[in-house]
Write a protein that binds this ligand. Sequence first.
Ligand code: MOS
Length: 709
Amino acid sequence: MSDPATTHRSVGRSVDRREGRAKVTGAIAYVDDLTLPGMLYGKTIRSTIACGTIRHIEFEKDVPWDEFTIVDAGDVPGKNIVHLIEEDQPVLCEAVVRHREEPILLIAHPDRQLVEKAARSVKITYEEHPAILEIGPGKVHREILIEDGDLEAEFAASDVVIERTYRTGAQEHAYIEPQGFIAQWDGDKVHAEGSHQCPFYVHEALKTAFNLTDEQVNVAHCTTGGAFGGKEDFPSIVAIHAALLAKKSGRPVKLIYDRNEDMASSTKRHPSLSTLRIGATKDGVLRALDFDFRLDQGAYVTLTPVVLSRGVLHAFGCYRWPAARIRGRSFFTNSPPYGAFRGFGAPQSLFAIEAHMSLLAEQLSIDPAELRRRNFLRPGDTMPTGQVMKEDPNLEALLDRALELSDYRAKRSAWKKGSGRGIGLSTFMHGAGFTGSGEVYLASRVALEIREDGKVVILQANTEMGQGVETVFQQICSEAVGIPLEQVVFRRPETAFVPNSGPTVASRTTMIVGRLVEKAGKQLRGKLGELSVAEHYRKSGPLRIEVQYEPPPGIQWDEKTYKGSGYPTYAWACDVVEVSIDPVTAEIKTERVTSTVDIGTVINPTLAQGQVEGGVAQGVGWATSEKVALRDGAMTNAEMMNYIIPTTVDVPEITVEFLPNPYEYGAYGSKGVGELPMDGPAPAVTAAVAHALDREITQVPVQPEDLLE
Ligand code: MOS
């Protein structure tokens, strides 16, 4: 393929992030920078038990309560439900408490300090019940089964059968800006703006809780300081709460979480438990996979069924299996609900399969890179879902390049097992776009409008949250219409004024929605003919092009049997990780990570590289330092001081190389990059630690105290 930078005007170039200057100079306003006349500050009063019934609420006398707006479940005018997949989570508790930090009351006052003081003067007593806090004893909510081939026959024909159980822990998003919304009413219409990923999710949730029509709700997007999935479903709660206080007080209300409240109460990555049995021949050909995948979903359903689905659809990794059975289950517990987090179930199942592949290599005395090579999916192969590999995933090329860039072979042989230095690897994929028929149901729409000043405005709902969508869409539009970047305007998403292009999740934005921008741009170019945008406007006035998603041909999915194309396409990658272990403290230092990546065409190399580097840092953090400590269902380290994310000192040296492999149905050949880089580091880290210490590692995070035991 030719270098896109030479054939395209905008696509393939590392143009500057369009909102970058305003962010680094501090000029840009986040939701907490906004102040409205007469605005009140809100605060959520939460449960201090994991399971039980509310007995009594007392407002202590040291607070001027008559100056406060106080909201309880009885003030919810519509359904007392946070609308999502299932209608199980209340906006505010009525009597029953199902997890720590569950919202019970809301209070608001013009004085921010007084609100904090008042919150401490609400005393709630409970009748407490025993809580379920681990995977197993609780009710199973959703079960998924994928079966393919004759499992028992393939196990019987295997020379080795190895079984292990792997665990992964919860993970905090640690976005740079906590959750926050401002809501205000104009008669029977509500306007809410805040920090979130998916304006139309919040829109739908407000409609349900207040019993409103589409037109009565407007949700606008504010500058958002990171999300990572943490602002996919959770912001609906914050927006509803702010709107309840605003409705009752008749004033605008700002509700911003402080960091500790945010960490303790908002969603996290689902903890998982995976039991795998793999059968293989003695020369390393895989024959059978039996994978039991379990997620802790916490006290409410939130997005768990979709997370579970993505988990099972990545459980078989990027290998050929003559027979496979994957069983996925999600369990209710009394932990705060788990939710979307970059990777969305895939990092959990890929950790288990990749860790198990490295263990199998060890047991067969085959190099882990070679074991993988012997079993890679190739064109014409089928996944256990029956999905046929139409495109070449080029896994060997990714592997070979990663081995070469990292000098893997020399290091693997020079560093003796148990020497304190180790090198490990993982090969993995990420299904881009919504699972199964998700994109068809979403039926995303994007519009372009021309303006009198010669500019083209992009109207759609996908949100900038640091990943670069404004810049990338500007590049795609500029390319498709054939106009300079400066003549493209990205309108801030606001539900009353933009078509619904779906949520900013699932590594779908550039590939799926970007493709719609490309399509609309090309149609617009056709309409303009030989004229410039300004000339066409002068001649014919306003012009609007709107396009809607159409699935690529041949994509079918059966939700009941889990057969068909789980995803229209996949991004692929290989990570090589080098670690050293301190012989005295057992501290793990991740020294170097090499990542080779196929995301189709790279629209903006600097931004794409940033995505990979960030994902690697987040993956290494999940694997080594990020431990969510829970006691009695409460996070006991809900502070940036003792929930340890990698800092600039801890982040390893990262080498990234893209191997272009354009995808016909993505914007200019692109595939999703957002989540893929989160999937690979953890099992490569544990493989490297296993090599360095000559012992098995079956969990993340793996920390010095685990190694010293
Ligand atoms: Mo995401 S974890 O698909 O916001």
